[in-house]
Design a protein around this ligand. Structure first.
Ligand code: FES
Length: 266
């Protein structure tokens, strides 16, 4: 939803950005940006997402975590006198003068249907579900488009070589925004098969963690039932007190050496 330039001029005099709790620094300058072809004046300190809200837009879709994790806020933009199409996450990218932007809340890319329980963690299973992986021409447009600096082409190559563990590791920071697929000349859904590689690695290939298995058994046996009941009966003040007074690992302790005094629930 847009608003008039007059209204946006009035808004630029406010000291607090609409839709978030960021208090603008004293004397923050405003700069012009173009949102979906229309000019707005916004404080130069804001991210694209906050600037859009400042300008009067409301996010009904295309906004999730606001913390660079969910990948829902893909944005494409151009800067003046620069031929290159830029990409970024609206919740992380700070506005620049005269940037010309639009939001891409979703990119349609084929997603295979599977049940992880039915898979054995073999590369052939990825090839069968995503045969288009072999359409990659190694142009590297995907890597250039990634706002998380994931080496997309490298994990695509790892998948083609059948190295699921490597593909899972390289794609670990992927936020599923779909910008790689949006620039791919081979029409690959890179982020979907990378997610499958990570799922296969986590569930089937990676060595099982013994302490996690032990803890799951303890939970299932009801070891934490009583304490959970007690916690859910506490009011906010009691919970806050408990939280503030909890034992905490000192920042300076050697990793793996610190143990709390209270060991009942370890
Ligand atoms: S809103 Fe989740 S990554 Fe931007």
């Amino acid at each position: 939803m847009g608003m008039s330039n007059d209204a946006s001029e009035k808004k630029s005099k406010k000291t607090m950005a609409m839709g978030d709790r960021a208090i603008l620094p004293e004397g923050a300058r405003t700069i012009p940006i173009y949102i979906m072809g229309k000019k707005f004046e916004v404080p130069e300190t804001l991210t694209i997402m906050k600037a859009m809200e400042y300008a009067g837009f409301q996010f009904m879709r295309g906004c999730g975590c606001r913390g660079g994790i969910c990948g829902a806020c893909s944005t494409v933009y151009r800067k003046p006198d620069d031929y290159k199409l830029q990409v970024g996450l609206a919740c992380q990218t700070v506005v620049e003068p005269d940037m010309y932007l639009t939001q891409m809340p979703f990119f349609p890319a084929n997603r295979a249907s599977y049940r992880l329980e039915d898979l054995e963690g073999k590369p052939e299973e990825i090839f069968k579900l995503y045969p288009e992986v072999f359409r990659c021409v190694a142009c590297n447009a995907c890597t250039k488009a990634c706002p998380m600096d994931v080496k997309v082409l490298d994990y695509v190559s790892a998948v083609k070589q059948g190295n699921i563990a490597k593909a899972a590791q390289i794609s670990f920071d992927c936020v599923q925004c779909g910008l790689c697929a949006s620039r791919c000349v081979g029409e690959l859904p890179q982020y979907h098969f990378a997610q499958l590689a990570r799922r296969m690695y986590g569930k089937i290939i990676a060595p099982k963690s013994k302490h996690l298995e032990k803890r799951v058994k303890e939970i299932e046996s009801g070891k934490y039932g009583e304490i959970l009941k007690k916690l859910t009966r506490m009011d906010q003040n009691e919970l806050e007190k408990l939280y503030i007074e909890r034992e905490r690992e000192p920042d300076t302790s050697t990793p793996g050496e610190w143990m709390p005094e209270e060991k009942e629930y370890l």
